[in-house]
Design a protein around this ligand. Structure first.
Ligand code: ADP
Length: 400
């Protein structure tokens, strides 16, 4: 199907317009008439024209003046113009400066054949130009889409490279973390072997033996925690980490945790305090909540040694809020979201132990309870992690 081409004819005499209209009207061409340059300009700004046929002699603005105006406007600059003038007069009117558009002349009285063939030439030209423009637009569109794909691919590639890098770092951290307690145990074993060899049984008297067993237990616990974390991450990836809510007293649980952490607090020289009501009944997965709080406390001692650490418990917005506050190194704004992701650790703490899994697992556990975890921190002043949980967790939720 032909693209409809609009042609504007401008003449001050209605009978001339009628005659010209009748001459050029055909399928695929829409003729617009204007009886003055002003009316023509209005139309020119409203539609896209393939050709303008202008009567040169018009009262007010003549055809050439109108052409000058058209040339001065971006929208109309490229419209080809055919001037209609009295025979032999066209050379008297030199029309300068209309370089970009085609210009032609028709003479009165109009020769129907000449009029039609000129119109056909200009309309064909316009259609070809349009087709080329459409192709260029399509090409540009395809190029843009291709660029988008390339950008996406690059982003994916970067993401993959980052994931591989993190996996590698993770593997080396796991090895390091496993080696540390194993090395300690191995050293202990060597020392004991030496005592046995020298028959130094005093080293195994009840008191040193109890301390020895406790040291072993700590190293073994550290390894168990590490392996548990890795198992939890695998469960999270498979969507099989489930929570089993049951009724318990959150205040009592926190008292127990804080008590259990008193050795670690002493080792880190952190005064540890709990501010909690006497009792606060909830229905959550006690074991998992303990895991979350234990991780927050371990971090508080690790990243805020020799500074007070406080655990708060209060009822909040129909649920409970547990806050763990330290006065340690704090966390830079740009790291505050990131550290909740898998394997993510704030950049400058390569020296300290940790796999960057604790907060990730913690957040998943809290969210599986229908709760949320948030952080406010000022670098150099400390951090407060707030865990909000509903009083009753949705039953048997499987995290996916
Ligand atoms: P890990 O401590 O094993 O590296 P986490 O997921 O528990 O892993 O913590 C991720 C990172 O968040 C830590 O490496 C540390 O950079 C930062 N972080 C966590 N807790 C604190 C805190 N209380 N103070 C300062 N930085 C913290």
């Amino acid at each position: 199907m032909l693209t409809e081409a609009r042609i504007l004819i401008v003449d001050d005499l209605p009978e001339n317009l009628l005659a010209l209209d009748a001459l050029i009207r055909q399928d695929g061409i829409v003729v617009h008439q204007a009886q003055s340059a002003d009316a023509a300009l209005t139309q020119l700004l409203q539609h896209e024209f393939a050709l303008a046929i202008l009567d040169v002699q018009m009262p007010g603005m003549n055809g050439f003046e109108l052409a000058e105006l058209m040339r001065g406007t971006e929208r109309t600059r490229h419209i080809p113009i055919v001037f209609v003038s009295a025979a032999g007069h066209e050379r008297d009117y030199a029309f300068h400066g209309y370089e970009s558009g085609a210009v032609d002349f028709l003479h009165k009285p109009l020769d129907p054949h000449a009029v039609r063939s000129k119109v056909t030439v200009f309309v064909d030209l316009w259609r070809q130009r349009r087709a080329v423009r459409t192709q260029v637009d399509e090409l540009e569109d395809a190029r843009r889409r291709q660029q988008l794909l390339v950008d996406e691919l690059q982003a994916t590639q970067h993401e993959l490279e980052r994931a591989v890098r993190m996996r590698d770092e993770f593997m080396s951290m796991v090895s390091h973390e496993m080696r540390t307690p194993l090395n300690t145990l191995f050293l202990e074993a060597q020392v004991r072997k030496m005592h046995l060899k020298r028959n130094n049984l005093g080293a195994f008297a009840p008191e040193p033996l109890a301390a020895m067993v406790e040291r072993d237990e700590r190293q073994i616990q550290a390894m168990i925690r590490l392996i548990d974390d890795m198992l939890d991450v695998t469960r999270l990836q498979r969507g099989t980490l489930s929570i089993t809510p049951k009724r318990f007293d959150m205040a009592q649980l926190l008292r127990g945790i804080v008590e259990g952490f008193c050795h670690q607090a002493a080792a880190a020289e952190c005064p540890l305090a709990l501010e909690a009501p006497q009792s606060l009944q909830v229905e959550l997965d006690e074991f998992r909540i303990e895991q979350v709080v234990a991780n927050l406390l371990t971090n508080a001692f690790r990243y805020g040694p020799a500074k007070p650490v406080t655990v708060f418990l209060q009822e909040l917005q129909g649920g409970v809020e547990i806050a763990v506050q330290d006065q340690g190194r704090g966390i830079a704004m740009q790291d505050q979201q990131r550290i909740f992701e898998q394997f993510e650790r704030a950049v400058d703490n390569k020296v300290s132990a940790g796999l960057g899994l604790g907060l990730f697992i913690g957040r998943q556990i809290v969210e599986a309870h229908g709760g949320s975890i948030s952080l406010s921190s000022t670098p150099g002043e400390g951090s407060t992690f707030r865990v909000w949980l509903p009083r009753i967790a949705p039953a048997a939720v499987t995290q996916d």
